[in-house]
Design a protein around this ligand. Structure first.
Ligand code: IMP
Ligand code: MG
Length: 178
């Protein structure tokens, strides 16, 4: 057990099962289609790495990074793109891969931004979803695990850029709002 973790919420097996379920649906939905998988940095990189190794369809990979000013643990609503995609996604099917959707500010901003490039389709895939925290009504097409209002770290998810490398997902001992 890592020092900063109060208790484990989802172990490696539970996470892997969720990733497998999502991969299964994605494989079915994009059979015979070209896909651009876009990871939302930084949090999604571990989930994305595991997910794409379960895909048996044709795809390319790109990344985007957005940031919001304000509080540490919640989006403040004023999102901006700080690292852009490098592929041409015009007329492509896009699958956005996110670690967790909370208020929805980050992802709805990114979806609107990417629509400007005229992709054929955009779908959203998230490993964790906190629908009870939603401010912007955005619904993922693929959601691995739905959780209630709690702050989690590990498996790519950070607190102040730490704890991303923890192989499971846990609740920190500290209060993330302080
Ligand atoms: P949203 O814009 O409020 O939906 O926030 C999405 C982003 O906030 C995610 O991509 C995460 O980086 C971060 N985030 C939200 N909830 C958590 C959490 O419980 N742990 C770690 N990061 C979180
Ligand atoms: Mg984060």
């Amino acid at each position: 057990m890592y020092d900063a973790i109060e208790h484990i919420l989802f172990d490696e097996t539970e996470i892997s099962n969720a990733v497998n379920r999502i991969a299964c649906s994605v494989n079915n939905d994009y059979e015979n289609e070209q896909l651009v998988v876009i990871g939302v940095l930084k949090g999604s990189f571990i989930f994305l790495a595991d997910l794409i190794r379960k895909l048996d369809i044709d795809f390319t990979i790109d990344f985007i990074r957005a940031s919001s000013y304000g509080e540490n643990t919640e989006s403040a609503g004023n999102v901006r793109i700080i690292s852009d995609i490098s592929e041409n996604i015009e007329n492509s099917n896009v699958l956005l891969v996110e670690d967790i959707i909370d208020t929805g500010y980050t992802l709805s901003y990114i979806v609107d931004y990417l629509r400007g490039f005229s992709p054929l389709s955009i779908r959203i895939c998230t490993l964790f979803d906190k629908p009870c925290k939603r401010v912007i009504p955005i619904k993922p097409d693929y959601a691995g695990i739905v959780i209630d209002d709690r702050f989690i770290v590990g498996y790519g998810l950070d607190y102040n850029e730490k704890y991303r490398g923890i192989p499971y997902v846990g609740v920190p001992k500290f209060d993330p709002k302080k």
